[in-house]
Each structure stands twice: as structure tokens, then as C-alpha cells.
Design a binder for this molecule. Structure first.
Ligand code: BG6
Length: 451
């Protein structure tokens, strides 16, 4: 932990990420009286502070709907100001240095495309802001393993590791924290949480919406870089890692990095890339673009706990529904008493819904009347029981934690690089993706609702 930042510079303030997530998070911080910070938005567009304030107000009103707290909205608006500039021009950073001259610690949030990160890092490094900056860097951190390493090396030239906060907002999600409690606070699970008892794991991150409004970012990244390399692999890490010896950030992150290091690198034969029909007509998408909006892959984890278990992961846009779900399928019970019967028990499944609801359901076999030892499925449900007003949205937590210098829920560089290593052999792809119809479950899965 460190001292608190008193200024936040948001690079890329005119972009959709800020409109969709950041304004609402600043408002949420203001609502709980924790936005004691000046917010300087930076962009290339010809905006003024007034334009920024109006955009923020619209976003906050849409987020808060009928529950708007006027005072919190005013707090955000009063703190906002805008600086226009070219990210490659030293003038921009000189101007910013003057704007934040009275602030001892400055949180610099890079909500720009990954290709622009190096320019901003260099620009900051050339001013004295570098001495009192925390760099909050959005994902994807680079566009492959090599560029991630180059970005790290560039940061290392000027900044200490403790100044870097690499964002993967899945790490800040309540639903990801739930997984750790489910796994490590239930003693009955640990003895069966391995290849002796688990047959396969499937992780699905399905999104019904497409990429309208954010083609500029998405078309040069695709779903593999946008969500699989980071969010999906972090869910894998939470499910597969060894129990941390303590809750210290370096311990938890070390365990995640360790298991990510055991994930076998993907080869083209393990992955299906898809693109939804109509993607090429979206405003801002390059003609003939082969960017993936869907990825399905089979992962293997080469360690004692997981050897032989298939990890099916799928993530896509323009699909039939928006839901994030994990299904852990156990091996079928092998009691000899069922051998002579006509009914083989079904495998137990632990289904963990991460969104839109948070719910864990364990299916068990119970006796049915179809045969003397007939079985039927029954279920045990566990919903998380903290109150809605105690929930903190991922981006609100990101700003609050980074502002206070708490690294706990940020990705370490070891994790980021381990994630890139997993996808690096398939990230540069020549073959076009398989086209799938919108509103289905992606290529080859159009009729299958149950992934
Ligand atoms: C973002 C991706 O990081 O995560 C988006 O850029 C994706 O493409 C989003 O839709 C999903 O996050 P959440 O919090 O809505 O599950």
C-alpha cells in the first residue's frame, strides 16, 4: 500500500471505455465520499472541459437512473477538466505537468488502444510526472508476448514495478472473488478438486451484443486479445491455482502466475475462431476484416493436479445470450452396485454462474423409481449472501485500489506474460474465421444451448 493519489489523468477520455465504465465508477466513488481527487481527461478530440462534463453527466444519469444522488453527480462534474493533445507530442506532457504541479501523487490511467501505450509511457517518462506517477494500464497489455515484453522493458527504463497497475477488471469482480471463497472455504471440495475426480471444466463468456460503437478498438484486437488472453485465463487461474499460503497480494498473484505457467500453449488445432455475420458492416470495421468475435479453445494444464482434464473455454460476441458460466463435470460414480443395473448414474456437476446471476449449483444423484437403484438429478444451490448495497463494481474498485496503491487485484507482469505465452502461437492468424449467424452460440454450436 502507499499514499493516496490526489489527481487522476485519464488518457483516452473521449473513448467508449470511459463513457461506459469510468464515469459511473467516479460517480460511485463520489457517492461514498471517496472521490477526493482532481480528474483531468486527455484526448485527441476537439473537446472542451464543458464537453467532457456534459458527456460525463449523460453517462452518469444513464447509470444511476432513478437513484441519482445529485451531490455525487456534482462532485464528479466539478472535478473534471479536459486537456486536448497529441499523445506523441512532448507539449501535451509539459502541459499536463503544469496542470498537476501541486499534486504529490498522480494516477495516470491509460484507457487508450494498446498501440498508443508506448507513446504515453515515453511522454510521461520525459516529464517530472514520472517521479510521482502510478501507471494504471488497461488491457490488453501489448498485443502479443513480444510487444508485452517490450512495453514492460520500456516501463522499466523509467518506472519502478510498484508504480505499475495492470488492469484486468475480472480480477476486481465480486464473481471472481466468489470463486476463491467457494474453492478454499469449503473443505469438501479440495479433496475432489483434481484430475482424479474431475473429468472436464467448461468456461463460457457469452455476450449477446456486438461491437457497435467500439470497432476502432475491437477490430485491431479481436476476442482472443480482448477477453480470452486476460479475463478467461484469469477465471482458469482462479479455478486451477494451488491454495495461496496467505491473502498477501504477491502470494495470490504468485499462485495465479504459477498455474498459468502450467497451461499448455495453444496450437491452431485447439482453437476455433469465429466472426458473426454482419460484423463487416459495422461502422469502423476494416473492409474484409478477419478479426475474431468468437473463440473456442481446449486448454490443458500440465501439472499433477490437472493432467488429463479438458478445459473447454469459449467467449464470443453477437451470441444468443449474455452469460458467464463455469461447469465442472465430475467423473461418474463407480460403485460396483450399479454395474448390474440398467441405469448408470449421471456425473455430478458444479455449475457456477458468474453473470447475470451469481449462483453455484451442485447436481447430485438421488434415487428415482424407474428401477430399484434408479437415479435422478437433484440440485443444491448456494447463492452469495452479501447485500446489494455492499457490492462494489469492478471499475470502482480499480480506481479506489490504484489511487490508494493497493496492488492486490491487479495482474502482475508474470501473470500477463504467462497469459500471452498461452495464446502467443495462435494470436497471429492467417486463416479467416468461421462466419456464424448472430443470435446463435457460435460456429458449429448453433443448435446447442448447453455448452
Ligand atoms: C472488456 C472487453 O474488458 O470486458 C469487452 O473489452 C467485454 O469486450 C467486457 O464485453 C466484459 O466485461 P463484463 O464486466 O461486462 O463481463
Amino acid at each position: 500500500m502507499g499514499s493516496e493519489c490526489s489527481a487522476l489523468i485519464v488518457f483516452g477520455v473521449t473513448g467508449d471505455l470511459v463513457r461506459n465504465e469510468v464515469f459511473a465508477s467516479l460517480y460511485e466513488l463520489a457517492r461514498v465520499d471517496r472521490l477526493d481527487i482532481a480528474v483531468i481527461g486527455v484526448g485527441r478530440s476537439d473537446w472542451t472541459s464543458e464537453t467532457l462534463r456534459r458527456t460525463a453527466e449523460t453517462a452518469i444519469r444513464a447509470h444511476a437512473a432513478d437513484d441519482l444522488v445529485d451531490a455525487a453527480l456534482r462532485t464528479v462534474i466539478e472535478r473534471l477538466s479536459y486537456v486536448r493533445g497529441d499523445y506523441t507530442s512532448p507539449d501535451l506532457y509539459e502541459t499536463l505537468a503544469k496542470v498537476v504541479v501541486d499534486h504529490e501523487l498522480v494516477l495516470c490511467y491509460l484507457a487508450v488502444p494498446p498501440t498508443v501505450f508506448p507513446a504515453v509511457v515515453r511522454g510521461l517518462a520525459d516529464t517530472e510526472i514520472r517521479l510521482r506517477a502510478r501507471l494504471l494500464i488497461e488491457k490488453p497489455f501489448g498485443s502479443d508476448l513480444e510487444s508485452a515484453r517490450q512495453l514492460s522493458a520500456l516501463i522499466d527504463e523509467t518506472f519502478d514495478e510498484h508504480q505499475l497497475f495492470a488492469v484486468d477488471h475480472y480480477l476486481q469482480k465480486e464473481s471472481l472473488q466468489n470463486l476463491l471463497v467457494l474453492r478454499f472455504a469449503n473443505r469438501v471440495l479440495e479433496p475432489v478438486w483434481n484430475n482424479e475426480h474431475i473429468d472436464s471444466v467448461s468456461i463460457v463468456m457469452a455476450e449477446q451484443f456486438g461491437i457497435e460503437g467500439r470497432a476502432g478498438f475491437f477490430d485491431s484486437n479481436g476476442n482472443l486479445r480482448d477477453v480470452v488472453q486476460n479475463h478467461v485465463l484469469q477465471v482458469v487461474a482462479a479455478l486451477a491455482m494451488e491454495p495461496p499460503a496467505s491473502a498477501l497480494p504477491e502470494e495470490v498473484s504468485g499462485r495465479r502466475a504459477m498455474v498459468l505457467g502450467d497451461v499448455q500453449s495453444l496450437a491452431f488445432g485447439d482453437v476455433v475462431f469465429g466472426q458473426y455475420d454482419g460484423y463487416l458492416d459495422v461502422d469502423g470495421v476494416q473492409p474484409g476484416s478477419t478479426t475474431d468475435t468468437f473463440v473456442r479453445a481446449e486448454l490443458r494444464i500440465n501439472n499433477d493436479r490437472w493432467a488429463g482434464v479438458a478445459w473447454h473455454v469459449a467467449a464470443g460476441k453477437g451470441l444468443a445470450a449474455t452469460k458467464s458460466e463455469i461447469v465442472i463435470t465430475f467423473k461418474v460414480a463407480s460403485a460396483p452396485m450399479f454395474n448390474a443395473q440398467d441405469c448408470v448414474p449421471e456425473p455430478n456437476r458444479l455449475c457456477i454462474s458468474m453473470a447475470p446471476t451469481e449462483l453455484a449449483t451442485l447436481t447430485l444423484q438421488a434415487r428415482s423409481s424407474t428401477a430399484p437403484l434408479g437415479t435422478a438429478k437433484t440440485a443444491l444451490e448456494s447463492a452469495d449472501s452479501y447485500r446489494p448495497d455492499e457490492r462494489v463494481d469492478a471499475y470502482t474498485r480499480i480506481f479506489d485500489d490504484a489511487r490508494r496503491g493497493d496492488h492486490t487485484q491487479f495482474a502482475s507482469r508474470a501473470e500477463v506474460e504467462a497469459c500471452w505465452r498461452v495464446v502467443n502461437d495462435v494470436v497471429h492468424r492467417a486463416a479467416p474465421p468461421v462466419v456464424y449467424a448472430r443470435g446463435t452460440w457460435g460456429p458449429e454450436l448453433s443448435d446447442k444451448r448447453d455448452w
